[in-house]
Design a protein around this ligand. Structure first.
Ligand SMILES: CCCCCCCCCCCC[C@H](C)C(=O)SCCNC(=O)CCNC(=O)[C@H](O)C(C)(C)COP(=O)(O)OP(=O)(O)OC[C@H]1O[C@@H](n2cnc3c(N)ncnc32)[C@H](O)[C@@H]1OP(=O)(O)O
Length: 382
């Protein structure tokens, strides 16, 4: 796999950093998550392929253990508020001094500088600060955050993983590590570059929810079917729009022009009425194999059995029977191989990881008996 041999220490976080770690693990990196001690469960639902070490960082000996792990690794990924790592003596200066090849990734909401750097926040706040939230939502309604996808995952976890891969690539030439300051506000905004760069096209001249791609246009929206499901319509270009109209059984001559914005409410009413006359399956049969750009809106459980997804193996079931998306993109020679076994228990790999990183057996026992590290082996849970 592309990242085979890369050793990553991920400090346990909420959502974006775990996703970043999972991407790296899917593509072959060895990812060791550092969990707190005295925890019975983790909120990390993206622990696929990771190992877990439980370590008490409120004890200086625990901090010393982490330092030893970090300086022998390629990447450290930390999701804490600005200053937390420095307070423990684990800031980038401390670690890079001992391991100049280390890539030190800091994934925060607001970045390492600026007046918000130390403030608590979540996806919705970062999305708001990126400018993008102001554009999301239906006409005459308040802004609406589309789950926590944009800032946490696209602008946060994914962008940070991209930064780590870039830094690894650069390190192969320079031999040097570096610090990655991944701000979710900036990552989200960057993902949304199109919004800024396409303003000159007039794409966003109208209020929120009244433009071409923000649910304003009736040919770029979802419609309810007779069985209470939905179809997604993205028939923008005239030649595809023609096929859409045809599939609905309508005639162009009876309808207002596609781009007549003042007629969009009337067009939407017509499309709503027609879509309500058939089930999702019936509409899928009408539009499958055409260029009308109309697809069923599938649920998380339905994606696995859709013939297209099935043909590509786009989703898989793990050993617990859970459905997950395959890692993307697909690399021809060194594709990702996501782990199919269950996620690690907290502290499941404490002993084996410490041993591998050069701790003596007696040292490990001392750390365990002092409660600085914890080990919960699989059989202890049974
Ligand atoms: C009823 C509640 C149920 C909750 C269920 C949750 C389900 C999951 C849902 C996911 C929701 C995802 C949401 C939508 C998100 O947006 S997640 C993104 C959140 N934002 C970020 O990650 C940005 C960067 N991080 C931050 O800004 C902050 O970490 C935070 C998220 C605001 C949380 O702040 P706070 O809890 O005060 O923590 P921080 O200031 O970062 O300090 C961390 C403290 O923990 C300590 N710590 C860490 N590891 C260990 C350890 N192994 N052992 C002992 N202690 C540990 C650190 O030393 C630090 O302690 P201290 O400096 O505060 O004393």
């Amino acid at each position: 796999m592309a990242l085979a041999g890369v050793r990553v220490i991920e400090l346990a976080g909420l959502a974006p950093a775990p996703f970043c770690g999972m991407i790296l693990a899917d593509f072959g990196a060895r990812v060791i998550r550092i969990d707190r001690t005295k925890l019975s469960m983790t909120v990390d639902t993206q622990a696929r392929g990771k190992q877990s070490v439980a370590l008490n960082l409120k004890n200086p000996k625990g901090v010393a253990v982490l330092k030893r792990l970090c300086v022998q690794s390629d990447v450290v990924l930390e999701p804490y508020r600005k200053g937390v790592m420095e307070k423990m003596g684990l800031g980038p200066e401390d670690l890079l001094k001992e391991n100049p090849c280390l890539i030190y990734a800091r994934l925060t909401g607001y970045g390492q500088s600026g007046s918000y750097a130390k403030a608590a926040g979540h996806d919705i706040n970062y999305l708001a600060m990126s400018g993008l939230l102001s554009m999301l939502g239906r006409s005459s309604e308040k802004p609406y955050a589309p789950l926590n996808l944009v800032a946490d995952f696209a602008g946060g976890g994914l962008m940070c993983a991209f930064g780590i891969v870039l830094a690894l690539l650069e390190r192969s030439r320079s031999g040097q590590g570096q610090i990655i300051d991944a701000s979710m506000v900036e990552g989200a905004a960057y993902v949304g570059s199109f919004m800024w760069k396409s303003r000159s096209l007039g794409l966003w001249n109208r209020p929120r929810g009244e433009n071409l791609l923000d649910s304003g246009a009736p040919f770029y929206d979802t419609y309810r079917t007779s069985d209470g499901k939905y179809m997604a319509v993205g028939a923008i270009e005239p030649q595809f729009y023609q096929q859409f109209i045809q599939g609905l059984g309508l005639y162009d001559a009876d309808l207002p022009a596609q781009m007549s914005v003042s007629d969009w409410p009337q067009l939407r009413q017509t499309f709503t009425r027609v879509f309500a006359s058939k089930t999702q399956e019936e509409w899928s049969r009408v539009f499958d194999g055409t260029d009308a750009c109309v697809t069923p809106v599938l649920s998380l459980d339905e994606v696995l059995s859709h013939p297209h997804n099935q043909a590509r193996g786009s989703f898989f079931k793990d050993s617990q029977g859970e459905i997950s998306p395959q890692p993307a993109p697909v690399l021809s020679r060194s594709p990702a191989e996501p782990c199919h076994s269950r996620d690690p228990f907290i502290g499941e790999h404490t002993r084996s990881v410490l041993k591998e990183y050069g701790f003596e057996q007696a040292q490990i026992e001392q750390l365990l008996s002092a409660g600085i590290v914890e080990c919960k082996e699989a059989k202890a849970r049974l």
